[in-house]
Design a protein around this ligand. Sequence first.
Ligand SMILES: NC(=O)NCCC(=O)O
Ligand SMILES: [Zn+2]
Ligand SMILES: [Zn+2]
Length: 473
Amino acid sequence: MGLKLIKNGTIVTASDMYKADILIEGEQVALIGTNLTYDNAEIIDAEGYYVMPGGVDPHTHLEMPFGGTVSKDDFETGTIAAAFGGTTTLIDFCITRKGESLQNPIREWHAKSKDKAVIDYSFHLMIGEINDEVMKELPVILKEEGITSFKVFMAYKDVFQADDGTLFQTLQTAKELGALVMVHAENGDVIDYLVNEALSAGNTAPIYHALTRPPEAEGEATARAAELTGLAGSQLYVVHVSCEESASKIKEAREKGYDVWGETCPQYLVLDQDKLDLPDFEGAKYVWSPPLREKWNQDKLWSALKNGSLQTIGSDQCSFDFDGQKTLGEGDFSKIPNGGPMIEDRFSILFSEGVKKGRISINQFVDMISTRSAKLFGMYPKKGTIAVGSDADIVLFDPVKERTISVDTHHMAVDYSAFEGMQVTGEPVTVLSRGEFVIKDQQFVGTLGAGQYIKRARYGERLVNQADRIALK
Ligand SMILES: NC(=O)NCCC(=O)O
Ligand SMILES: [Zn+2]
Ligand SMILES: [Zn+2]
């Protein structure tokens, strides 16, 4: 088995920061110590770098059919861009269809990813309805696929939206099975009404996407999902929290003792609603849901991250070209495909805007970008940390390197960057996935299909080896 020795770096985990060397044997971390030497090991010099666990992105939509088109980055370009950005594991949403076996979309998602992914990945499962068939399939899927998180959309009426009965039953079922329920928390019925009202009044520009999805609609849905979770005695993860109205509801729920977690995304931390008002339809580049908010919300989100009422950072990667995809909504904002290209800049933006600007500590950074998601989604300690026995998913990160984010240099397949021109400090330089280089000195050296599908442990349980998962209760 090949040996690699990472020398002279500063290891940073969710709890520690110390100088040490790391011996990698095959796919795993074999030893951590000072002044390690091995004659037959390949030396990786990490002098001046932070050595961090690879990022875990809990929220992506690769090659996802949506809004009359398909998101542009697939498991090839999406995972390559993720790796450039320091992410070594992602969890993509498997989108199901009502009235059909859940196994069909799962097969489709395996077919889309298997020969393309360059980093490890897993799937969340969308629940659009609960019926006898679904109830029969879920325990089997949980056991055989290791899918231990279910996603319920409270928005996108007549597309993905599920009703409250479905959400409540999903919460009850998840409690029984040991799964985590995720919600897109926006009141889809109210939004549908406001969208129709705006269009009838001739208000068709991209900014009306934000104006018809007010923060109250997100706060209300968040509070409703949290209360239903308390009632079911279950567990909930609120994806892409965009505003104070929602973050405060999560805080309140946690104070009541409900098992509720919250994720926000880089875009809500650094961009604001004015982007949707850019001329020449350029605002369409910033159309996703929930929408960008008034700028003051950014401080509230940073505080929520700092004080622990929000815990993770997902990218919500769902990229569409401006030309030919976003432009489907010219003359009708409701037809602009919702989503943006975020997978590559999650790590750098959180480090630069968070750690460098003193808003969060470096250990909090590692927790938010990697460890917490690995724990919540049943992959820890195989993923999400640097420890003996963990997968050698490791990022060598240069904390002082400066870069300007641009479509000209990014690795996503889309024709624009949502963060064009933004200066960031800190950049992943070398990235290993299970002991193999994927990015070496900022060059892609990985292999298509080398990424493995991860069967995850149940909510609250640990994952040591794939085989161990089967033995978990
Ligand atoms: N966020 C977004 O606009 N698109 C992806 C689907 C979702 O997460 O709602
Ligand atoms: Zn969503
Ligand atoms: Zn999403």
